[in-house]
Ligand binder design. Structure first.
Ligand code: GDP
Ligand code: GDP
Length: 434
């Protein structure tokens, strides 16, 4: 889990250029591991050893050139609610605009750290022009050039200094987050889980300010429901925009062990649902997909479920080893099964395979189909083990790790999944030099 930094500002000031600069350095490495498509507006970065999640709010606005001011205001308000720190980016080329002043007004009232970043300061002359931004009443500012990278170090130094330390919390109970687009039925589902008689045992204040894990005992299972500020205050924002679903989901996902991804059966597993899925996957959280409102689907032959399942699996390739359940919160159909499955995924995610057993299983498989020769070199995998990490990661030790290509790693992952139960759990496979 990591702190959340949001970049706000009007269109064209350079938010996404800056975002990409910070994310790419790191994603290049991550991509090599998983090979999964990336959301272009949400990613992880780190500076001086401190990891944080970065959100480019502007990235979620379509046709951002003629965006309404109102929309920006709403985004800023949401960023203020959900983020631990805010970068407010302005553009030295254009100077202060009316929209900048509006955003400043909102930000001046905030008691979260706000960093005014004057972008496009590509040379010393422009540094002098930047002085006008004192007029925004936000105090000191940082000058940077997202294009050539200058200045970003000072800004990042200042940011990581104020970010809270949010370690991976240790909890004996599964922490479930209910995520999905607006109107998927999340609140109804949570209410169904909680029941008329609230089975609350205790409230445990989370390690960060505004997240609370509430402990429940329901259907014979004990679990914590990650109740974020976002979920509790949901009435405020009803818009069906990707930005809101993502922003609301980020914190809940980061605090959870398993995400219950709810979708509306009548709307399907669309791109926005997919984005939330990858958010959870990238955070290495367990995932259960719940196709809700199944009561509204009229033609319910066996094939309907099969077709629906196949469609979802196509969208989530290559990580298809995920439970998909068809539920109705309204009729309470398979609600119990949903929780039971989430508990199973939680257990799968915590499995530690003994090294001996792992080698006994995997080495014969590797011997049977070794990594193909690459550039005339033969790779010999000698030993493998599960790493002692909070979620499943596996290292395969060999003479030439750099010569093992992505398809072979995928093959190892598939074999691993065939032989051990990691249903619903993202796993990582690394090649290491030995
Ligand atoms: P966003 O709408 O705020 O995300 O802005 P973009 O990142 O898309 O950038 C808008 C334009 O400004 C693009 O043409 C960028 O190439 C340009 N730009 C971004 N950062 C800089 C910078 O540091 N210097 C200069 N000169 N141009 C920049
Ligand atoms: P949220 O925005 O994801 O929290 O969604 P809500 O829980 O507010 O639900 C949105 C709407 O869908 C409400 O009108 C619910 O009554 C309705 N709804 C939720 N679950 C079901 C279901 O299983 N079947 C049907 N038919 N409607 C549902």
């Amino acid at each position: 889990m990591s702190a959340i930094v949001a970049i706000v500002g009007r269109p064209n000031v350079g938010k996404s250029t800056f975002f990409n600069r910070l994310i790419q350095r790191r994603e290049a490495i991550v991509d090599a591991v998983s090979g999964v498509t990336r959301d272009r507006h949400y990613g992880k970065s780190d500076w001086n050893g401190k990891e944080f999640s970065l959100i480019d709010t502007g990235g979620y606005v379509v046709g951002s050139d003629d965006i309404f001011e109102q929309e920006i205001d709403k985004q800023v308000e949401l960023a203020i609610e959900e983020a631990d720190a805010i970068i407010f980016m302005v553009d030295v080329e254009s100077g202060i605009t009316g929209m900048d002043e509006d955003v400043s007004k909102l930000l001046r009232r905030v008691n979260k750290p706000v960093f005014l970043a004057v972008n496009k300061v590509d040379n010393a002359m422009r540094a002098e022009d930047a002085v006008e931004f004192y007029n925004l009443g936000l105090g000191d500012f940082y000058t940077l050039s997202s294009i050539n990278g200058s200045g970003s170090g000072e800004l990042l130094d200042a940011i990581v200094k104020v970010l809270p330390d949010v370690e991976e919390e240790v909890s004996d109970l599964p922490r479930f987050a209910v995520v999905g687009r607006p109107n998927a039925g999340k609140s109804s589902f949570i209410n169904a889980l909680i029941g008329e008689d609230r089975y609350i045992v205790t409230d445990i204040a989370g390690t960060t300010r505004d997240s609370i894990d509430t402990k429940y005992n329901r259907f014979g299972f004990e679990f914590n429901l990650v109740d974020t500020a976002g979920i509790r205050r949901k009435a405020k924002v009803k818009e069906d925009l990707e930005f809101y679903s993502v922003m609301r989901s980020v914190r809940a996902i980061e605090h959870s062990d398993v995400c219950l991804l709810l979708l509306d059966a009548t709307r399907g597993f669309d791109g926005q649902v997919e984005n939330i899925f990858w958010l959870a996957q990238r955070n290495n959280k367990g995932i259960v997909i719940l196709v809700n409102k199944w009561d509204l689907v009229e033609d319910k032959e066996t094939n309907t479920i099969k077709h629906y399942t196949n469609k979802i699996k196509q969208a989530i390739e290559p990580f298809t080893d995920v439970p998909i359940l068809f539920i109705s919160v309204l009729t309470k159909q398979r609600i119990f099964k949903a929780i039971e499955t989430a508990v199973e995924v939680y257990k799968n995610r915590n499995v530690k395979i003994p090294t001996r057993k792992f080698n006994d299983t995997m080495l014969p498989i590797i011997e049977n189909y070794p990594p193909p020769a690459y550039k005339g070199k033969f790779v010999k995998i000698k030993f493998c083990m599960q790493l002692p990490t909070p979620y499943p990661q596996f290292a395969f030790f060999c003479n030439l790790p750099q010569y093992v290509r992505e398809p072979y790693k995928r093959y190892l992952e598939n074999k691993l999944r065939e032989n051990f139960n990691f249903s619903g759990v993202p796993i990582s496979v690394f090649m290491r030099k030995k």
